[in-house]
Ligand binder design. Structure first.
Ligand code: X2X
Length: 343
């Protein structure tokens, strides 16, 4: 009898303790967490955020409730400030592009180096290997908690003027580029006239004809129906692909129980895998259905021959050399080796 009472007492105490820790942890949780994104659903990027948020909500039984803020609306569309805002806690979490965070974390310019990653296996060799781990360690040091990789995708060039097959075709063409200096360097080297602006400003600039063209993954072309704003020419050259990274602000991360941290991390990994498949859909099949869809919109799609592509590689080589130093010679050499050894 006495034994049974002690056991009961222990069980009660444990329940009380468990309840208290649970309640305290709950009290520190915010009713809603703010997730920043540049592109919302239905783009793959937006779906990355939505899948992540949905999985977290479901697996934490609603303890962690995330709201999506596409269009980087928490920072008035100024995408190159996203990383600072994350660090400062203006943003709780994000699925962000390496391009937009590269002004604060120079190593992220690695992925923007011209013609570094010739195919999808090359992207995977970096993000899923040692280079990916190095980048995550660097992000951790820079003040955020990196959890998983996703993908914006290969950035193909589109314009309203003419088919682009050689650097000469770009001569003087006014192209919107992201606010990251390596892009201005690349397009200047190719003889174009690059103009830096946020994605929010790019859309009206394309519509009014203030710029002739832009470069972005092709799913964005179809989602936004870019042919309706005069973009009649697309060239697939695979010069740069930007991965996405799932991150959480450090203080927010520390406010969660270890069990919830594990759920958020695993949900990011699962969402990243699903999203990478979405980002590659229509482009990895032999007949590339996405290119057919775009051609079906009355757009001229130019796929460069290896020799034509080589002319672009050659003309951007000095930019590659210059940025190798900025990114870090060791990291770039490690990346080059990982790509050469890819399966
Ligand atoms: O601004 C762009 O071009 C975009 C949407 O691709 C990024 O945020 C990098």
């Amino acid at each position: 009898m006495k034994f049974r009472r002690t056991l009961l007492g222990l069980a009660l105490a444990a329940t009380a303790l468990g309840f208290t820790t649970g309640a305290m942890a709950q009290a520190a949780y915010k009713p809603e967490y703010k997730m920043s994104l540049v592109l919302g659903p239905p783009t793959p990027w937006g779906m990355a955020g939505k899948i992540w948020a949905d999985l977290v909500k479901e697996r934490t039984q609603g303890r962690i409730n995330i709201k999506l803020y596409p269009g980087v609306s928490l920072i008035q569309g100024d995408q190159t400030r996203e990383f600072s805002a994350l660090r400062q806690g203006v943003i709780d979490m994000a699925v962000g592009s390496t391009i937009n965070w590269s002004p604060q974390v120079k190593e992220l310019n690695l992925f923007s180096m011209p013609f570094l990653m010739p195919d999808y296996a090359a992207i995977d060799a970096l993000t899923q290997g040692e280079v990916g781990k190095d980048i995550f360690a660097r992000l951790d040091k820079a003040g955020v908690v990196p959890l998983a990789w996703g993908e914006n995708g290969y950035r193909e060039v589109t314009n309203s003027k003419r088919p682009v097959k050689s650097p000469e075709d770009l001569k003087g063409m006014k192209l919107r580029v992201v606010g990251s200096p390596i892009f201005s360097d690349m397009f200047s080297a190719m003889g174009a006239n690059p103009t830096q602006m946020s994605w929010a400003d790019a859309q009206p600039a394309l519509a009014s004809g203030a710029v002739d063209g832009q470069e972005n993954p092709l799913f964005l072309f179809t989602v936004l129906k870019m042919h309706t704003v005069g973009q009649k020419f697309v060239t697939t050259w695979g010069y740069v692909a930007d991965p996405l990274i799932f991150v959480v602000n450090k203080e927010i991360w520390a406010s969660w129980t270890p069990a919830d941290q594990a759920i958020v991390r695993q949900a990011a990994i699962d969402a990243g895998k699903q999203e990478i498949a979405l980002a590659r859909k229509g482009l990895t099949e032999a007949d590339k259905p996405l290119l057919k869809e775009i051609a079906g919109m009355g757009v001229t799609v130019t796929q460069l021959t290896p020799a034509e592509r080589e002319a672009f590689v050659k003309i951007t080589r000095p930019v590659y050399a210059k940025w190798k130093g900025t990114v870090g010679n060791d990291l770039v050499t490690k990346a080059e080796k990982a790509i050469a050894a890819r399966k």
